[in-house]
Design a protein around this ligand. Structure first.
Ligand SMILES: Cc1cc2nc3c(=O)[nH]c(=O)nc-3n(C[C@H](O)[C@H](O)[C@H](O)COP(=O)(O)OP(=O)(O)OC[C@H]3O[C@@H](n4cnc5c(N)ncnc54)[C@H](O)[C@@H]3O)c2cc1C
Length: 285
């Protein structure tokens, strides 16, 4: 099938983009970023936006920089930008380890970090990273700007706190200190598929004990989130099999897994035991 007819707009500045969006959002106008989620749904006519505001010509949205202790990722930065570390230290390495799990090479060359967040698939790897690290989203509309914390951004399957007339201008992730350890693990049936369950573990060591642990799950619940019960099981523990299994068990017990026609909630809960433990093991390597 081919998409239904739509009007195409190609702004050159952020102000032009948000002015256009304000005008067309009430008529189901949408932002077009990498098009890797939106265009297939248009081709199947699951989405029929009447207007597309294509932000690919807005040079200012290609920004990928470090400022104020944060990595700033503009709305047009592609997944492929992260194939190599984009910043020094553990954050750059983490992002380049995670990106390889997103879809396939051609999709990574077009799809954007911010588009992935706006799309809010429960299994989005970038959504998991944003949640685990408590990143921020800068949203702009003709009415002004606001910063949305990760924990307030995702509102259910493919649903976010963004208003129809808001553009994600950039996402900000905190840089990680040199002694931060990170491990990511996901399970999908075929390489490139969306994960059925994924985990990201982050911690530091203080006197040989785990400090400031973060353990977040993706693809398990309707939105990725940090699991406080698992983090409590880690804090102050010696890194190793016992602590990692205890944290994974706490995560599995605390999770409220989705189910679908193929995967039961219990299957996903079982996957949490494996992905959470393996993410923590990778962090310890
Ligand atoms: C076969 C296949 C496999 C895939 N596998 C994975 C995977 O394993 N993991 C994964 O995370 N993703 C996967 N994806 C999705 C891919 O990562 C998309 O690129 C991404 O989800 C959307 O980014 P995009 O830039 O292409 O957004 P688009 O498709 O252009 O837009 C998606 C939605 O977000 C909105 N949007 C986009 N950018 C903004 C913005 N700056 N502000 C406000 N709204 C915005 C659009 O209006 C639209 O509603 C897969 C896609 C395909 C086709």
């Amino acid at each position: 099938m081919k998409p239904a007819a739509f009007h195409y707009h190609a702004p050159k500045t952020v102000d032009e983009a948000v002015a256009l969006l304000a005008e067309v959002a009430p008529q189901d106008g949408r932002i077009l970023a990498g098009g890797q989620s939106l265009v297939p749904t248009m081709a199947f006519r699951l989405a029929k936006p009447t207007h597309l505001v294509d932000i690919n010509g807005v040079e200012a949205l290609n920004r990928l920089t470090v400022a104020g202790g944060k990595l700033v990722i503009g709305a047009c930065v592609r997944h492929a930008a992260f194939h190599h570390p984009v910043c020094d230290g553990p954050l750059g390495k983490l992002l380049s380890a995670v990106v390889r799990h997103i879809a396939h090479y051609p999709i990574r060359n077009r799809g954007t970090f911010c588009g992935s967040l706006a799309n809010a698939d429960p299994a989005s790897e970038w959504a998991l990273v944003l949640s685990a690290l408590d990143g921020e989203v800068l949203a702009k509309s003709a009415r002004g700007e606001r910063v949305i914390a990760a924990r307030d951004f995702f509102k259910g399957i493919m649903t976010t706190a963004l208003r129809d007339d808001e553009l994600i201008v950039e996402v900000r992730l905190p840089l990680l200190s040199a002694d931060t350890r990170c491990g990511f693990y996901e399970f999908s049936r075929r390489a490139g598929d969306f994960a059925l369950a994924a985990a990201l573990g982050v911690y530091r060591l203080e006197g040989g004990k785990i400090a400031e642990p973060r353990l977040a799950l993706g693809g398990v619940e309707v939105n990725p989130r940090r699991i406080a019960e698992a983090e409590r099981a880690l804090v102050g523990a010696a890194p190793g099999d016992q602590a990692f299994r205890a944290a994974a068990a706490a995560a599995a017990a605390a999770a409220d897994p989705m189910e679908d026609a193929i995967n039961s909630a219990e299957f996903r809960r079982d996957l949490v035991l494996a992905v959470a433990r393996r993410a923590l093991e990778r962090a310890a390597e």
